[in-house]
Design a protein around this ligand. Structure first.
Ligand code: GDP
Ligand code: MG
Length: 442
């Protein structure tokens, strides 16, 4: 994907407004990325239409290519669509506040019920009662009871032979009598959406009148996400989504599908089997995971904020001609510092891993960069242009002037020599080399 993407970035280098062709070209890759991330087909289509509408005609930010610009817009629309951060469970209702958990079998309802109960207990100091309405599998009730014992949360005593609605009513009554703040109703699921299940859910919903109805969905769900989300949201007034198994390998496309179909916020995400493995939803993180282009997005963001394209081009030109002097190095160091250090820049660019190793060997962290700049600014103009004239006595003077040691001056000079060599080498290929791209193409 990164290769394909850098291909786009190379081929689209004009400035101006984004044309339909620019957008379409970039969106082809985006569509593929979304499908690879298991976003449901119809959601992908709506989404890319929305991006197209937004992107065509947008002025390309200086120092950014049209391809990069489209990726950035895609990311923005994705984050927007995924919804805002920090939408939490709403307890703003008379106690006991009923919360109903729904979803397919194995989606993580029971686990999430316990996780939420624990969170509300520990963080918000609420008195929480959990009840299992899963009458089909006796083991399910035991599972919730066990989790309750583990987490120190009360569960409604199990009574055999009651229907889901009867249990829901009993739970609400017990909660009122027991002075509970919140009642979590863990319901039964099915392998797939069926009418009997939906009817039961609707009945429980009417009886308990939940303040929150949370659809629990497995992040690894693929195209099915649409059916599930639609079926539940048609029958119940969902208030939010809990996305589980984000600790898995999946790219999390279900997040976008679920969100797009239900229009409801993702309130929490499950990141493991343990009771404390639940987190708030961060749309940027999921967007990054779904798109797989987060590196490029942040590169564009930072580059458009900080890089002066003309300056960079001038330096790239000098590199190609092998005239990279210490003033240029100083300029580069400054820019690097602004965008997070050398490894920060290199880490974001595809396909130059070897280069990265070489330069990381030079240990270019922030503090080092500052010292290197001090060294360079302690040199005379002439020395900066022709570092070769720096012999022992001059080095001593520079070291003293910059508050460093002669070894550090030597190290810097050596690094400059190496960089200049590499650049000459890479620049030879008509400026198409990685370094030229690094400094010239941003
Ligand atoms: P239910 O049928 O909807 O009640 O699903 P369960 O809560 O019983 O969960 C089914 C399985 O998924 C269990 O083995 C859970 O431990 C596991 N599970 C639930 N949530 C997560 C999660 O966020 N991450 C991982 N890795 N496993 C989870
Ligand atoms: Mg269950």
């Amino acid at each position: 994907l990164q290769d394909r993407l850098s291909g786009i970035l190379d081929s689209l280098t004009r400035r101006g407004a984004l044309t339909e062709a620019d957008v379409s070209a970039a969106l082809r890759e985006v569509r593929r990325a979304l499908l690879e991330a298991d976003v449901a087909l119809e959601v992908v289509k709506d989404f890319t239409d929305k991006v197209k509408e937004r992107a065509v005609g947008v002025e390309v930010v200086k120092s950014v290519t049209p391809g990069q610009m489209v990726v950035k817009i895609v990311n923005d629309v994705l984050v927007e669509t995924l919804g805002s951060e920090g939408v939490t469970i709403d307890l703003n209702a008379p106690s006991p506040v009923p919360i109903m958990m729904v979803g397919l079998q194995g989606s993580g309802k029971t686990t999430s019920t316990a996780k939420i109960a624990k969170r509300l207990t520990d963080r918000q100091k609420r008195k929480v009662l959990m009840a299992s309405l899963d009458t089909r599998r006796p083991a399910a009730m035991e599972q919730l009871k066990f989790l309750g014992e583990q987490g120190g949360i009360d569960t409604l005593p199990i009574v055999a032979g009651q229907s889901a609605v009867q249990i829901a009513n009993r739970a609400m009554q017990a909660a009122r009598l027991g002075g509970y703040d919140v009642v979590l109703l863990d319901t039964a699921g099915r392998q797939s959406v069926d009418e009997a299940l939906m009817a039961e859910m609707a009945e429980v919903y009417r009886a308990a009148q939940p303040h929150e109805t949370l659809l629990v969905a497995d992040a690894l769900t693929g195209q099915d996400a649409v059916n599930t989300a639609r079926a539940f949201s048609e029958r119940l007034d969902l208030t939010g989504i809990v996305l589980t198994r984000l600790d898995g390998d999946g790219r999390g496309g279900a997040a976008l599908s679920m969100r797009a179909i239900t229009g409801k916020p993702i309130k929490l995400v499950g990141v493991g089997e343990r009771m404390d493995q639940v987190e708030e939803f961060h749309p940027e993180r999921i967007a990054n995971r779904i798109l797989g282009m987060g590196d490029i997005v942040s590169l564009v963001e930072r580059a458009s904020e900080t890089i002066d394209a003309e300056k960079a081009n001038k330096i790239a030109e000098k590199m190609r001609k092998g005239q990279f002097d210490l003033d240029d190095l100083s300029e580069q160091l400054q820019q690097m510092q602004r965008i997070g250090g050398m490894s920060g820049v290199l880490g974001m660019l595809p396909g130059i891993g070897k280069m990265k190793k070489q330069l990381e060997g030079a240990n270019l962290d922030d503090g080092v960069i500052k010292r290197q700049q001090a060294i360079i600014s302690s040199m005379t103009k002439e020395e900066r242009r022709k570092p070769d004239i720096l012999k022992a006595s001059r080095k001593k003077r520079v070291a003293a002037g910059s508050g460093t040691k002669v070894e550090e001056v030597n190290k810097l000079l050596k690094m400059h020599r190496q960089m200049a060599d590499v650049m000459k080498m890479m620049g030879g290929k008509k400026g198409k080399g990685a370094m030229a791209k690094l400094f010239g193409g941003m």
